[in-house]
Design a protein around this ligand. Structure first.
Ligand code: ADP
Ligand code: MG
Length: 316
């Protein structure tokens, strides 16, 4: 559905994109993951025809973005990093303005009501945009992107600046859109793409460094599962006991102490859930577990792993 071919974009002497290529199949939901400054927005702005590349090509549904930009724009609903909202309009006025701009041939009222319902802004549709919270403004941006029901949706960091509850709502919305749209979603948060995407394309310093099914990437990461556990007991002995548990590779302390309890970071290999084993081993000794939580792998850890894996591939 989307073909991105060897995109290069220079700003002055600096390469923001240095040969970016990937494809997105019809109906796929692809996460575009990378740290700030990696080139995500530049890529998305080029795909949507808002920025021209120094070289390379993009086609959407077989149509070249640079020779037929209007045709392509009609196929894409785009939520830029900073959605251009007219804040002195009410939500409804703004959405009908966008509807007219896009020249949609749906029944306007019914279509806009359906969209307001979908993104849950019906309650605020008569309010001025400038009086809305950040989360609601973001939803208005999303609403305007999906007006006209474009087959392709491109969202640039849709959950940035939102609180956890709003993030979950946007994710749910993305999943419901995924049923009949092709979606690219950018983010600098690993767990975000793992939660909603079929495939993950990782970009760093203008280059694609991974392009894998989410399950496959999770497998790569799964080799490094971690828990933070707070245990009351003699720290040295507790640590030694944890190390004897099957598949545990490393036990460290993070220095946090609460009375006679210490925080341990337990790392283990493979897919066996070690929590029950930890519980039994510690219960035998009478050392209670006061808290336990999974520790997420960071983007930096992911990069280290990907680069290690690439090196290993190269050595084969
Ligand atoms: P991301 O969205 O992944 O955070 P961007 O695509 O915005 O990254 O930026 C990629 C690189 O290109 C960064 O180094 C950024 O500073 C640079 N860049 C982006 N837009 C411009 C611009 N208009 N002028 C100069 N440099 C830019
Ligand atoms: Mg960006």
């Amino acid at each position: 559905m989307i073909e991105i071919n060897n995109l290069v974009r220079k700003f002055g002497n600096k390469y923001a994109l240095d040969g970016v290529s990937f494809t997105v199949g019809k109906g796929e939901i692809v996460g575009f993951l990378g740290p700030n400054g990696a080139g995500k927005s530049t890529t998305m702005n080029i795909i949507t025809g808002y920025l021209s590349p120094t070289s390379g090509s993009v086609s959407v549904d077989g149509i070249d973005v640079f020779s037929e930009p209007l045709k392509v724009k009609r196929l894409i609903g785009f939520l830029p990093e900073q959605p251009p909202l007219y804040i002195d309009m009410t939500v409804w006025e703004y959405l009908s303005f966008v509807f007219d701009l896009k020249g949609c041939d749906y029944n306007k009222r019914a279509h806009l009501e359906e969209i307001c319902d979908l993104v849950k802004i019906t309650d605020v549709k008569r309010r001025l945009i400038k009086n809305l919270s950040k989360g609601y403004k973001q939803r208005v941006g999303i609403a305007s992107a999906i007006i006209g029901n474009p087959p392709v949706i491109i969202f640039d960091e849709p959950t940035v600046g939102l609180d956890p509850k709003q993030i979950i709502e946007i994710r749910t919305l993305l999943r419901s859109l995924a049923k009949n749209h092709t979606i690219i979603l950018s983010t600098h948060i690993l767990s975000e793409v793992q939660a909603v995407c079929d495939r993950i394309v990782v970009i760093n310093e203008g280059k694609i460094i991974a392009d894998q099914k989410t399950a496959k990437l999770s497998e790569t990461l799964g080799q490094n599962n971690r828990f933070r556990v707070k245990i009351a007991g003699p720290s040295k002995e507790v640590s030694n006991l944890l190390k004897t548990i099957h598949s545990v590779t490393k036990v460290t302390q993070d220095g946090v102490r609460e009375g006679d309890a210490f925080n341990f970071i337990v790392e283990y290999n493979g897919s066996v859930d070690i929590r029950k084993m930890m519980f039994r081993a510690l219960a035998d000794k009478g050392w209670p577990i006061l808290a336990m939580e999974g520790v997420e792998i960071s983007l930096e850890d992911l990069f280290v792993k990907l680069i290690e894996n690439n090196l290993r591939e190269d050595l084969k």
